[in-house]
Design a binder for this molecule. Sequence first.
Ligand SMILES: Cc1cc2nc3c(=O)[nH]c(=O)nc-3n(C[C@H](O)[C@H](O)[C@H](O)COP(=O)(O)O)c2cc1C
Length: 208
Amino acid sequence: MFSMAFAAMVPHHAAIVIGDRIMSDHKPLHFVTLLGSLRKASYHGAVVRALPTLAPDDVTIEPLGSVGDFPLYNADIQAVGFPAAVLAMGEAIAKADGVIIVTPEYNYSVPGVLKNALDWLSRLPTQPFAGKPTVIQTGSPGLVGGARAQYHLRQSLVFLDATVMNKPEVMISQIMTKVDAATGQLTDEATRTFISTQLTAFASFARR
Ligand SMILES: Cc1cc2nc3c(=O)[nH]c(=O)nc-3n(C[C@H](O)[C@H](O)[C@H](O)COP(=O)(O)O)c2cc1C
């Protein structure tokens, strides 16, 4: 008979066969999303909202709080105490199995609001990105899909010691044509499929 003790001994990627049933031993995963735009009608916000529907079955995805709730980083504020929004986001990241950062590119780099959030989070006594599986998705109205922001972001994540997945890279070109402005939904099928592929890869990456 199947027992918890037996389940604990089964290696990570094996399927468990009980009678004629095959049970996945995949540990359910919980990812959180960090959005680098404050705009109400943000195209990247549309991507974030689509992610739970594009994830593999055993993966749940939930948005973190808004980076707009963080004050501008100031060591004097930190000396008095970390703002509640920073503490809450740090805790949510620490508990998650992985972080998905979805952001536009501003002036060939990371939007200030996102960089500000990373600066705050990086100062927490237990730095939540250390060793955390992390993946990036960028977009842009142009053809390059936010690639330059993506590589600047990777640079900061090196200092934060995040475990960033390299590939597949999601860089959504002409993002305004992939989102239905009226409904705020990510409608482009090719983009949805490619993001799904990245999320499946990220789930394997996070389980390693
Ligand atoms: C300050 C600023 C700088 C921008 N710089 C770039 C850029 O370097 N590259 C780019 O592709 N788009 C750039 N854009 C355009 C944004 O990608 C575009 O506004 C996008 O819709 C923002 O994402 P959102 O819809 O999720 O807010 C910039 C926009 C702003 C407001």
